[in-house]
Design a binder for this molecule. Structure first.
Ligand code: GTP
Ligand code: MG
Length: 200
């Protein structure tokens, strides 16, 4: 519980801190509008940490947030929305591939999936690209669970778990996490999971 308290004492990391950082890092990826930035705000219990918008494609860069002295969470730009220019798409892909493929302090990737939809084509395409870029394990988190009924959530859980087992060898399939940033459900489990992954 002490560690979780410290985790809440987060702050936005500065440029030089990022480059030389030896703190373990956790990357948050997922379809645009799936609720990554909102999740980060709830995780750190600070409403203004990461910018949130109902318009997809808001987050365009890697944003690093320090969680106390324990680890750094990286809010990544989402996929699946239409890029206005092809160059933008190429730049996005290079940014993601470079970070996920080469970052030494990256401990774990969390993939956010909308609990209402499960794995969509864009998710599968992204996970395939990720598998070709990085051999790191990833943990799936279902988001916006407040918007689905418990039976629907249970069904989506099973379907997603099966699809991961079948097609994505880097997926952690023992369990899938479920959260709602609006109600706070699942958030403590997610925090503990992240601390554990970072060896705390
Ligand atoms: P990009 O930066 O474009 O990749 O999007 P994002 O994944 O960071 O999504 P963001 O956090 O900006 O949230 C998108 C929309 O979903 C906002 O309107 C949020 O208020 C809403 N939202 C986020 N989390 C939840 C949730 O747990 N429940 C519900 N009902 N809505 C949510
Ligand atoms: Mg965002």
């Amino acid at each position: 519980a002490d560690e979780i308290q410290k985790l809440r004492d987060r702050k936005r990391a500065k440029e030089h801190e990022i480059k030389d950082s030896t703190l373990p890092e956790i990357a948050i990826v997922g379809r645009s509008n799936v609720g990554k930035s909102t999740m980060l705000n709830t995780l750190t219990e600070s409403p203004n940490t990461a910018r949130v918008s109902s318009k997809p494609g808001l987050t365009r860069q890697l944003n690093f947030y320090r969680c106390g002295d324990k680890f750094v969470v990286v809010d990544m730009p989402g996929y699946g929305f239409a890029f206005a220019k092809e160059e933008d798409k190429t730049a996005w892909k290079e940014l993601i591939e470079d970070y996920l493929g080469t970052r030494k302090s990256l401990k774990r990737i969390y993939v956010m999936i909308d609990a209402r939809h499960g794995l969509k084509v864009a998710d599968k395409e992204f996970l395939t690209m990720m598998g070709a870029t990085s051999s790191k394990k990833f943990q799936v988190v279902l988001t916006k669970c407040d918007l689905v009924s418990p039976p629907d959530l249970a069904r989506t859980y099973m379907v997603v778990q099966e699809e991961l087992k079948k097609s994505f060898r880097n997926a952690m399939t023992d369990r899938i996490l479920m959260v709602s940033s609006y109600t706070g459900a699942g958030m403590n489990t997610l925090r503990k999971d992240m601390l554990f992954e970072c060896g705390q």
